[in-house]
Design a protein around this ligand. Structure first.
Ligand SMILES: Cc1ncc(C[n+]2csc(CCOP(=O)(O)OP(=O)(O)O)c2C)c(N)n1
Length: 373
């Protein structure tokens, strides 16, 4: 199935707005949305609940349903506006969901996707959202029939979900996008590790930032037990780091965040600033994109994280644009009191042979807790 074909069918159903957060299962679909020549307006939102918000607002203004796409791990973010606003017991706002199915039972996937994958269909049942699972064998005729059913439900103010298996969408014209930042993310993460003392506690964000830190730490120091990888729960690394920082004032805590993740739950910034932990250092690796899942731009490329953190009340903020500036992080973390936020612009891209954690998530948790104790 080609994304462009599906998008044309959606337009035919009267859907002219699509909003969501990118996903690796939906990579071809996301490329197709970006390069689509039709009339559809497209929003990459900060989180999946925000995408439901755009869909509701767009419907209120036009009377036409909108489409929301996401990875299944984003269902949690979407549940609140879906159950408390869009559902038929409240306003009855039509929304068509397109959901990438990571962790499909029987298909090997990372630990953070296993349980979420198992409950994906059940969640839509609980939410009273009828759904169909589609895959690469779904024919055009079958898809048309599914969309006809979906259209009837949307016309009644209901919601419908297409749950999309890996490999469903065919390759599209790839969406090519880049930024002008010269520093490479993995090299920069290695530089940060070298600059920090070995007893510093690191909490890293979802996606390749954690995988690269893990590999760099192994390469440089031969272990990675001081790193807690926020493998799921995108956007929550900084609050996890805050939780540790408050309980362990004797330790320096460094949160290595991504721009997409920091945007996803940005309320964390003023909250951290208000708590003002002296041992808290926040590093935002900013490539202006969701690089880990196909490099779709965040839609907030203008945002200055150093500026936002300063306005939120962080004690010190800075933007580090050179390797030399990154190398100075060590002395800064050792000498200055937090909360500090350092924004580091990096380019897009990653090694194609980047590994994944070799231990189970539970093992990594145990090693990290032993390190902390
Ligand atoms: C709630 C939720 N939505 C979407 C995803 C899929 N996802 C994993 S990593 C990632 C991109 C992270 O972007 P960023 O924080 O900017 O880091 P980058 O990959 O660019 O280094 C996304 C969207 C997810 N894991 N969880």
């Amino acid at each position: 199935m080609k994304a462009s074909k599906l998008l044309a069918q959606l337009e035919h159903m009267g859907i002219d707005t699509i909003a969501g957060v990118p996903d690796s299962t939906l990579k071809q679909f996301c490329d197709g949305v970006q390069t689509y020549q039709g009339k559809m307006s497209h929003y990459v939102t900060a989180n999946e609940g925000a995408a439901v918000g755009v869909a509701i607002g767009s419907y209120l203004a036009t009377g036409r349903p909108a489409c929301v796409y996401m990875q299944n791990s984003g269902i949690g973010n979407a549940v609140n506006p879906l159950a408390s606003l869009a559902n038929g017991d409240v306003y009855g706002v039509p929304v068509l969901f397109i959901v990438g199915w990571r962790g499909e039972p029987g298909v090997k996937d990372e630990p953070q996707h296993v349980f979420q994958g198992k409950i994906t269909c059940q969640l839509f049942e609980t939410l009273a959202v009828p759904y169909r699972v589609v895959d690469q064998n779904t024919t055009e005729e079958e898809m048309e029939a599914v969309l006809k059913t979906a259209g009837e439900i949307l016309a009644q103010g209901g919601q419908f979900a297409l749950i999309v298996k890996k490999g469903t969408f065919e390759k599209e014209e790839p969406f090519v996008w880049s930024n002008d930042n010269p520093m490479v993310r993995e090299e920069t993460l290695g530089r940060i590790l070298k600059a920090l003392a070995r007893d510093v506690v690191i909490v890293s964000t979802t996606g390749k930032i954690s995988r690269e830190l893990y590999e760099q730490s192994d390469a440089i120091y031969g272990d990675h037990e001081n790193i807690f990888m926020t493998v799921g729960g995108m956007g929550h690394a900084s609050m996890i780091a805050l939780g540790i920082a408050e309980k362990r004032p004797d330790k320096k805590i460094v949160c290595v965040d991504g721009d997409g993740a920091a945007l996803m739950h940005m309320g964390a910034l003023p909250f951290i600033a208000a708590r003002a932990p002296k041992n808290f250092y926040h590093i935002v690796i900013n490539n202006m994109a969701h690089e880990s899942v196909g490099a779709m731009p965040t839609g907030c490329q203008q945002a200055s994280f150093a500026g936002i953190a300063a306005a939120a009340g962080y004690r010190r903020t800075d933007r580090l644009e050179t390797p030399e500036a990154v190398e100075r992080i060590g002395s800064l973390v050792m000498k200055e009191e937090g909360p500090v936020l350092l924004e580091i612009p990096v380019s897009l891209g990653a090694r194609s042979d980047l590994g994944r954690p070799r231990e189970s998530a539970r093992e990594n948790k145990q090693h990290f807790m032993k390190f902390l104790s």
